[in-house]
Design a protein around this ligand. Structure first.
Ligand code: SF4
Ligand code: SF4
Length: 307
């Protein structure tokens, strides 16, 4: 059963992070911004699927760029859900780099916090974050994201969930990084850097697992998507089981792929966003038999790397 999907709202971004998967691996210009009618098609198709199968569906309004650049679509998603999702089956989240957040947006997220979570990308203390999360002129974005987080904390009276990419520098400074999150941003989802094999930033699965073991020993951390029992199918990059062929899909432009790493590889396209999700699910089961627990479909079967 498909119960989660990401919708890429835009391929534009305010930052040029050194490890950006989409900047490094795909011609972003292949994918234009999502238009409103395609977005509505996707929403109706997801809603139809959830009603037929009486299932919930978690929608990530994230993808190849900064989602707040398409705040209009985020707003549309919530208007849509309030109007049509009578059974409350849909829920949403987005992950922002924090650069563009206005007071008006923040008030919107607060007002609709029952339906959508606003998460931020923070890699750790300033020197870790700014090592990679930079503007095109090379300056770091830490001060921007922290300014947004402070405003969030003032309005929501709690710290937000943050996503942190774990790479070589993180591992080299792991005590410092874990101290930082424990004392500042304890609700954190760590994800392993990927597709940077040639880079000094890359780490092995074992290094990531060791880091996560240390993180799980920190009582002050509320780790997201890791070591939570029972384990759910989502993505091994978050320390979970691979959801490809089981639970996940990824919408970008007019295309649907098994997950973000397959984007741009037409041979792995599952269909278009005008297809019914039942049809997409059939194609997915036929072409992507689930990989064994602990394996990443993309690494194991596309690249032939046994991780
Ligand atoms: S904020 Fe996200 S989409 Fe933008 S450059 Fe960084 S990693 Fe890529
Ligand atoms: S194929 Fe790999 S990157 Fe994609 S969802 Fe599965 S584990 Fe994650």
């Amino acid at each position: 059963m498909i119960d989660r999907g990401c919708i890429s709202l835009t391929s534009d971004c305010t930052l040029r992070c050194t490890y950006c998967h989409f900047d490094k691996h795909h011609a972003k210009s292949c994918y234009k911004d999502m238009d409103i009618s395609s977005f509505r098609n996707i929403m109706f198709s997801i809603l139809e699927y959830t009603n037929i199968h009486e299932t919930t569906f978690k929608i990530g309004l994230v993808g190849a760029g900064e989602p707040l650049l398409r705040f209009d679509l985020i707003n549309q998603a919530i208007v849509f859900a309030r109007k049509y999702d009578a059974a409350n089956r849909l829920s949403f989240y987005t992950i922002s780099n924090g650069v563009l957040l206005t007071n008006e947006m923040l008030i919107f997220f607060h007002k609709n916090k029952d339906l959508i979570a606003l998460n931020f990308s923070v890699d750790g203390p300033e020197y870790i974050h700014d090592a990679n999360r930079r503007f095109s002129d090379g300056t770091g974005s830490y001060q921007y994201v922290m300014q947004s987080i402070r405003k969030y904390e003032d309005l929501f009276s709690c710290t937000p969930i943050v996503n942190a990419v774990v790479h070589k520098l993180t591992i080299e400074h792991q005590t410092d990084v874990l101290d930082y999150f424990e004392h500042n941003l304890p609700s954190v989802c760590f994800s392993r850097i990927f597709d940077m094999n040639e880079s000094l930033l890359s780490i092995t699965n074992e290094e990531f697992e060791n880091f996560m073991r240390l993180a799980s020993q920190r009582n002050g951390l509320k780790l997201r998507q890791y070591l939570i029992s029972p384990a759910k199918y989502d993505c091994t990059m978050y320390g979970r089981l691979c959801g490809v062929g089981r639970t996940n899909i990824f919408f970008i432009g007019n295309d649907i792929f098994p997950c973000a790493r397959f984007v741009g590889q037409s041979q792995h396209r599952l269909g278009s966003n005008s297809d019914r999700l039942d049809t997409i699910e059939e194609v997915m089961h036929k072409r992507f038999p689930p990989c064994p627990d602990g394996k990443c479909w993309y690494d194991s079967l596309v690249k032939g790397v046994a991780k």
